[in-house]
Design a binder for this molecule. Structure first.
Ligand code: PMP
Length: 378
């Protein structure tokens, strides 16, 4: 890991967005010089079409699906809306889904999660007993606030047994977790390029071609009528390069860094809670409390010290709202309001983590009556 990175500004908000990977950037720069509409049949149009189809192949290869199953969208919000709004029938979702799922329809059937943030499989099965068909079950692969991974295999098996369709918002696992998508056979998968080194404003929905979805965007019939509108070629090309490259990611050193930080925090500050600590999580996400200190104060304190992280969930207005994810896990509102989310990247260094501890400890000591005699392994 790069120890020499300057401490002037630290970014710990990689679940919100990631930096553009140089390979994605280069691929995008190349296609910026080309003029053509992929729907045109002339040479210029065909050239652009080739770029799009090559990117589609990379996305399809990641999931082991056919290129025809990849529908490019403006991101995961649109992919989630396309599948949830476009599905005709009842939709069961977990209580911890992203708002782009939870707000897509007002007739969703909500399945609770356990105190660890994992879908309650017993209740899910009860719901599947009662629900009328056709039915779609939509459960995210990993939660963006806690990093908690959902038991996709058990969900897929149960849904196949009840003959209902499956969707997963896989935004937070792409390039981070090895998942056998071919074996899981989810009918729909939502992904977003900017969470794995691609550009913002592009994503995709992987679709099961045997089922129809009502398109949300109609017009020219692009993306096999699933999503009309001239394609975002530059975005698609960057996405293709990023997804191709992220398959080589090795998160083992970051998992070690995360474990060291978590062990240090819970042994030195026994009143700190780390949500989801006992269950499988993505390699990069830590959601922890600072007892008695509002997360807004913490985020400001870190920001003043040039460290960017978030208070679990920030809405588009930039205000912090009480996390529906932690609420669904049964966490008390006062504790929720003391939690912040740290999300790391492959570039994260030991020095950055030590700096985080230093700043965290500084605020903790100021708000808890002075410096106690604690040692930090630095
Ligand atoms: N789902 C999850 C789990 C996310 O974390 C996000 C991004 N915050 C989205 C969906 C929305 O993705 P996009 O930014 O591509 O619309």
């Amino acid at each position: 890991m790069n120890q020499s990175k300057a401490m002037t500004s630290i970014y710990f908000d990689y679940n919100a967005t990631t930096p553009l990977h140089p390979m994605a950037k280069n691929a995008m720069i190349e296609v910026m010089n080309i003029c053509g509409n992929a729907s045109s049949i002339h040479k210029h149009g065909r050239e652009v079409r080739q770029y799009i189809e090559s990117a589609r192949l990379h996305v399809a290869a990641y999931f082991n699906v056919t290129p025809a199953q990849v529908v490019f969208t403006s991101g995961a919000t649109e992919a989630n809306n396309l599948v949830i709004k476009g599905f005709t029938g009842q939709v069961i979702v977990s209580a911890i889904e992203h708002d782009s799922v939870l707000k897509a329809r007002d007739d969703l059937i909500i399945c609770p999660v356990t105190s660890d943030g994992i879908i309650d499989l017993v209740t899910l099965e009860d719901l599947l007993h009662q629900v009328s068909k056709p039915c779609l079950v939509s459960i995210m692969a990993a939660n963006n606030e806690t990093g908690v991974l959902q038991p996709l295999e058990a969900i897929a098996e149960m849904c196949q047994r009840y003959q209902v369709l499956t969707h997963t918002d896989a935004v937070q696992v792409i390039g981070k977790c090895k998942i056998n998508w071919q074996q899981l056979k989810f009918d729909y998968i939502s992904i977003s390029a900017h969470k794995m080194g691609g550009p913002q404003g592009i994503g995709a929905l992987i679709v099961n071609p045997s089922w129809s979805l009502r398109p949300q965007m109609t017009g020219g019939g692009q993306e096999r009528y699933f999503r009309s509108g001239t394609e975002n070629v530059i975005g698609i090309v960057g996405f293709g390069a990023a997804i191709r490259h992220c398959q080589m990611n090795d998160w083992a050193p970051i998992v070690q860094l995360k474990n060291e930080l978590e062990n240090y925090m819970i042994t030195t500050f026994p009143k700190v809670t780390i949500f989801g600590i006992n269950v499988p999580r993505t390699p990069n996400t830590i959601n922890l409390t600072m007892p008695g200190v509002m997360n807004t104060v913490q985020v400001m304190h870190f920001d003043l010290n040039n460290v960017s992280l978030s208070a679990g969930s920030a809405c588009s207005s930039g205000k912090v709202k009480t996390s529906h994810v932690l609420q669904a896990m049964g966490i008390d509102k006062t504790e929720i309001e003391t939690s912040i989310r740290l999300s790391l990247d492959l570039q994260t260094t030991t020095a950055e983590i030590q700096h985080f501890i230093h700043i965290w400890k500084d605020l903790y000591d100021r708000t808890h009556g002075g410096v106690e005699n604690r040692s930090i392994r630095q």
